[in-house]
Design a protein around this ligand. Structure first.
Ligand code: UD1
Ligand code: CA
Length: 453
């Protein structure tokens, strides 16, 4: 794509999504750990789109806010009445009037569109077309606009299902919905569109016929059906999720990660995975996770908002929550939860622990069952553990507290005060022993029992 061409993407997100049966607007339902809207915006940005306008329904500030979380300077326009796709696009009239080379129309409920495909639409405009439409061969064309071509195979019109003749309905080359329009001509073409059709809507698709009438070329860019999947209900949402997961797994493996059973590993759109990472079966990776080269994620682990350093090891059955940061060669083992905590190089938290709001120094060893008591019901407090410290099993560290470097904490301690470097702290009941006590106890009890019987 020549960098010199400017692009404005208009993302239609005013759909009510009735069939989702949801309190949430459709555009905010998630695929691969982020909203469908964010997925579409991300592909647009990757395709070099510099300006974005999002069309939302009345009172849908939440959709506008989500757009701005992805793109801070996105323009938000409200479509006050839902009068059709062309009407929706014209809600952004002010943005279109500012001018651009490529005007792209994208749907928030078509979340799987990729940047290369958006790039192909733009390339068609760069090649001289006034309109480029994303088409696909439909297994079942029902409900889609049909792409009508002349004998030379040139796109001449798009006919909506309800307006089509029987002959036109037999066409299986369908409109995926997304298109690119010559930005210089766009406003003039869009303003010609009326609502004299079966649905009484302003059809964006009519732009094709008007471009042809103006003597301009219109083109079809063919996409895979999976890329134009529209999400109208929760079943299609799950289909979109499955397709997105397949793509993410393939990208991770193509990037040098080993997955023993990729179909059981769930990733997020923003997951970053390095080379020679191994992800064992049944791992769930939520948003905001980075896994560096050579790390191993063992089976049944759950990660979200976490960073796993080079050659670190996680799980099996580990949970990394937001703010967990494992440095190089750190180890987090089974039934361990880490939240908002830094685990320095080579430190080990191997069994049955909760580490929250903490800093664990390099090569420290955190014994089985160690708990950082970070919360008093109102506020959270930090635990700091120095390098090479050794925390005995089943210890509670009542924060705020600092364990000095190289210090030892005796097993079963409840530590409420700071421990100096290289000291030993033991904070538990002292053991006492009475020789032969059990023998006399058993004799006395046996005698009591004999009397009762
Ligand atoms: C549209 C296309 C059809 C194509 C299909 C692909 C038109 C006229 N038809 O049909 O050729 O095969 O998509 O899925 O464009 N929207 C608004 N405001 C409106 C109307 C729609 O924001 O006033 C949004 C919807 O929320 C949706 C998108 O635009 O995200 C498409 O609208 P929809 O009504 O679903 O169009 P289709 O009838 O499916
Ligand atoms: Ca639709």
């Amino acid at each position: 794509m020549p960098k010199s061409r400017s692009a404005l993407a208009i993302v239609l997100a005013a759909g009510e999504g009735t069939r989702m049966k949801s309190d949430r607007p459709k555009a905010l339902h998630e695929v691969a750990g982020r909203s469908m809207l964010a997925n579409v915006l991300s592909s647009a940005v990757t395709a070099g789109v510099g300006r974005v306008a999002v069309i939302v329904g009345p009172g849908r500030d939440d959709v506008g806010a989500e757009a701005r979380r992805s793109i801070a300077d996105a323009d938000i326009f409200v479509q006050s009445e839902r009068l059709g796709t062309a009407h929706a696009v014209l809600a952004a009239r002010a943005a279109i009037a500012e001018g651009c080379d490529d005007l792209l129309v994208l749907f928030a409920d078509t979340p799987l569109v990729t940047a290369p495909t958006i790039g192909a639409l733009r390339a068609a405009l760069a090649g001289g077309a006034a309109v480029a439409v994303l088409g696909f061969w439909a297994a079942n064309p029902f409900g889609y606009g049909r792409l009508l071509r002349d004998d030379a195979g040139r796109l001449v019109a798009i006919r909506e299902e309800k307006d089509a003749t029987d002959e036109e309905r037999a066409v299986t080359l369908c409109n995926g919905g997304l298109m690119a329009i010559d930005g210089v001509e766009a406003l003039r073409l869009l303003e010609k569109i009326d609502n004299k059709n079966a649905k009484g809507e302003f059809y964006l698709t009519d732009v094709v016929e008007f471009a042809r009438a103006a003597g301009r070329e219109t083109r079809v860019v063919i996409a895979d059906e999976t890329e134009v999947l529209g999400v109208n209900d929760r079943i299609q949402l799950a289909q979109a999720e499955a397709l997105a997961q397949t793509r993410l797994r393939r990208a991770a493996m193509a990037g040098g990660a080993t997955m023993i059973a990729p179909e059981t590993v769930f990733l997020s759109a923003d997951t970053v995975i390095g080379r020679d990472v191994t992800i064992e079966p049944h791992v769930v990776i939520g948003p905001g996770v980075e896994i560096a080269d050579g790390a191993v994620i063992h089976a049944f682990s759950h990660l979200e908002g976490a960073r796993v350093g080079e050659r670190a090891s996680v799980g099996p059955f580990a949970r990394l929550r937001p703010g967990a940061a494992l440095a190089e060669k750190a180890k987090v083992g089974n039934f361990v939860e880490i939240k908002n905590a830094n685990v320095a190089p080579g430190a080990k938290v191997n069994h049955l622990s909760y580490i929250g709001d903490a800093d664990i120094g390099a090569n420290a060893n955190i014994g089985a069952g160690t708990i950082t008591c970070n919360y008093d019901g109102f506020l959270k407090y930090r635990t700091t553990i120095g390098e090479n410290a050794f925390i005995g099993s089943n210890s509670s560290l009542v924060a705020p507290v600092t364990i000095g470097q190289g210090a030892y904490v005796g097993s079963g301690s409840v530590i409420t005060k700071d421990v100096a470097p290289d000291a030993l702290a033991v904070a538990r009941g002292r053991q006492m022993e009475k020789a032969g006590w059990a023998v006399s106890f058993r004799m006395a009890q046996a005698a009591k029992k004999a009397k009762v019987e």
